[in-house]
Design a protein around this ligand. Structure first.
Ligand code: CAA
Length: 262
């Protein structure tokens, strides 16, 4: 498959490898237009279906992860054309169908749809140059890809309101202390750190990895008692797996586990 707005590569030498997807519209600071979002969706689904891939890392450039949805192509829309064409709805949420972990590696601007796309990933590793924000209010609109919903869940109501209503940008250190990003690393180590995190995940039993992703996401949808109940069923179910026996026997034998489903 050839893409024009993204680059794809595969990293690692273990049985399960890491797919790297790089957003690549540098002149527009990786503004997210339909072509890019279509290509991103296709690449994500193809890697998700590839049994040789364990994790996906999504990144941008040093200057911008993505500066938001593409403003020139949004400008002419009316309510009717936006609604009828499924603006955002039709191609932004493919990422939510992916069952393998998707790590966002963010340097530079992650604004508007760029911040929203990063928040749809499973976790965000930020370079110390990263800047997050939801500046849609400056354009006379509101966020359209989940910014008003996922940002408060990540950073709490007060900071989310502050960011959304003032349109100010939040630097990497503030994003880390607010809980939006899992860690901040020097910009020149961003990809190395994200790929190392993916490599560590690839070494674990794939059903454990995929179930943990599913369960953490359930925490955002279900009441606590239901989430804990589903977790307990999966916990019990994994005692039927080879990898549970192998993981526990390896621990007691003080050796590395040899998981069947790596
Ligand atoms: N869409 C299209 N093009 C964009 C863009 C966007 N969201 N953001 C930046 N660009 C383009 C600029 O137009 C410029 O192109 P030209 O060189 O052809 O003029 C180029 O990228 C470089 O940008 P700047 O010259 O503005 O660079 P800067 O360093 O001075 O500023 C910036 C960088 C602060 C990110 C600024 O570009 C900016 O504020 N961008 C818009 C951010 C924004 O409003 N994002 C929200 C979009 S709406 C949205 O995302 C809706 C949603 O919820 C889905």
């Amino acid at each position: 498959m050839t893409y024009e707005c993204i680059l794809t590569a595969v990293h690692g030498d273990g049985p399960r490898k890491t797919a790297l997807i790089t957003l690549n519209r540098p002149k527009a600071l990786n503004a997210l237009n339909d072509q890019l979002m279509d290509e991103l969706g296709q690449a994500l689904l193809a890697f998700d279906a590839d049994d040789g891939i364990g994790c996906i890392v999504l990144t941008g450039s040093e200057r911008a992860f993505a500066a938001g949805a593409d403003i020139p192509t949004m400008l002419p829309h009316t309510f009717a054309t936006a609604f009828k064409s499924g603006l955002i709805s039709k191609n932004w949420e493919t990422i939510l169908q992916v069952r393998k972990p998707v790590i966002a590696a963010v340097a530079g601007f992650a604004l508007g749809g760029g911040c929203e796309l990063a928040m749809m990933c499973d976790f965000i590793i930020a370079a110390d140059t990263a800047k997050f924000g939801q500046p849609e209010i400056k354009l006379g609109i509101v966020p359209g890809a989940g910014g008003t919903q996922r940002l408060p869940r990540a950073v709490g109501k007060s900071k989310a309101m502050d960011l959304l209503l003032t349109a100010r940008m939040m630097a990497a250190a503030e994003a880390e202390s607010a809980g939006l990003v899992s860690r901040v690393v020097p910009a020149d180590k961003l990809l190395e750190e994200a790929l190392a995190a993916a490599e560590a995940i690839n070494g674990f039993s794939a059903p454990s990895v995929m179930l943990i992703k599913e369960l953490v996401n359930l925490a955002y949808q279900a009441p606590l008692s239901e989430g804990v109940g589903v977790e307990r069923r999966y916990f019990h179910a994994l005692f039927g797996s080879h990898d549970q026996r192998e993981g526990m026997e390896a621990f007691l034998a003080k050796r590395a586990p040899n998981f069947e489903h790596r």
